[in-house]
Design a protein around this ligand. Structure first.
Ligand code: ATP
Ligand code: MG
Length: 281
């Protein structure tokens, strides 16, 4: 199913403005907020699109193929498969040179749909590519170690949809479905998805699989992905603080049992905290 662009006009305008001004740009936002969806709307003649930049060699070959499609790849050979065969065994460096030598500075825009998987060599590739291309890329977050590759990038945050926008998307996805109580269904989906487009689409698709979208069917469909998870480690740390405080308190009022119990409690919590930390990795 193709979902039309709900809202986001302002973001799209910002992206296109940066694109014309040749400003490198990152779209940053959590899973499923619609970064790829937005990038798919960006359309201009001098734009190349690739999925990711890793693995690097594949990515470079994809960029070369895109350049070839635009008639920009040097050497000019009819058939890209021939180029691939001839240069297939060459190094990453050779492919990088081929790509970079084919274009003038700022001649083309390179859109990377998902840069979430970064490695140091992807970082170095970005540095090289950004000498020639204007880069527009999406990712969930920038890890501190990779900040240096993006220092000159403009950043556009892509958040979940606002309530009216989310309602519009729900209406679009639910079109034609037989829903017993639309208002209740909509409210439920809004709560469960927190306005995340991917979550909205997944919940509606689950509901559509029901023989009938009754109130009880709605109550039973759940979506765990988008729900804000309470960080249990935080809870444990707070409990621990409370127990330690209780220990002092018990000692203060001279209750030996209380003092010992609170001591045991804190030991158990420290243990839990330790194992939670362990299993997180
Ligand atoms: N504004 C929108 N209007 C309609 N559909 C949307 C909108 N934004 C996102 N969607 C839909 O929601 C789904 C998730 O969006 P998308 O894949 O673009 O998210 P993403 O931010 O790229 O996620 P990820 O971080 O996982 O790459 C897609 O099916 C997309 O078509
Ligand atoms: Mg994406």
């Amino acid at each position: 199913m193709i979902h039309q662009l709900v809202a986001r006009k302002e973001k799209l305008r910002l992206i296109e403005e940066n694109l014309t001004k040749r400003i490198d740009t990152l779209l940053i936002g959590p899973i499923g907020t619609g970064k790829s969806h937005l990038l798919a709307q960006v359309d201009a003649e001098h734009v190349l699109k690739v999925q990711t930049l890793s693995p690097i060699k594949e990515a470079l070959i994809n960029i070369a193929e895109e350049l070839h499609k635009h008639g920009k790849l040097y050497p000019h050979i009819e058939d890209f498969e021939k180029i691939k065969k001839r240069h297939g065994r060459e190094t990453i460096q050779a492919w990088t040179d081929m790509v970079l030598d084919s274009v003038q500075k700022n001649e083309l825009v390179l859109i990377v749909d998902d840069l979430s998987y970064m490695t140091p060599s992807v970082g170095r590739l970005i540095d090289k590519l950004s000498h020639k291309f204007t880069i527009i890329a999406a990712l969930q977050e920038i890890k501190k170690t990779y900040e240096k590759h993006f220092w000159k990038f403009d950043r556009i945050e892509i958040e979940n949809l606002s309530t009216p926008e989310a309602k519009q998307l729900i209406r679009q996805c639910a079109a034609g479905a037989d829903i017993e109580d639309y208002h209740m269904t909509e409210t439920y989906i809004l709560q469960q998805s927190a306005g995340n487009p991917r979550a909205i689409i997944e919940i509606v698709e689950k509901l559509r699989k029901e023989p009938a979208v009754t109130r009880s069917a709605v109550r039973h469909v759940s979506h765990t992905g988008a729900r804000n998870q309470i960080d249990l480690t935080v809870v444990v740390v707070f409990l621990l603080l409370a127990v330690v405080a209780a220990r002092f308190f018990m000692r203060g009022i001279g209750s030996m049992e209380g003092y010992v119990l609170a001591g045991i409690g804190s030991a158990i919590l420290v243990g839990i905290r330790f194992f939670m930390y362990r299993f997180k990795r």
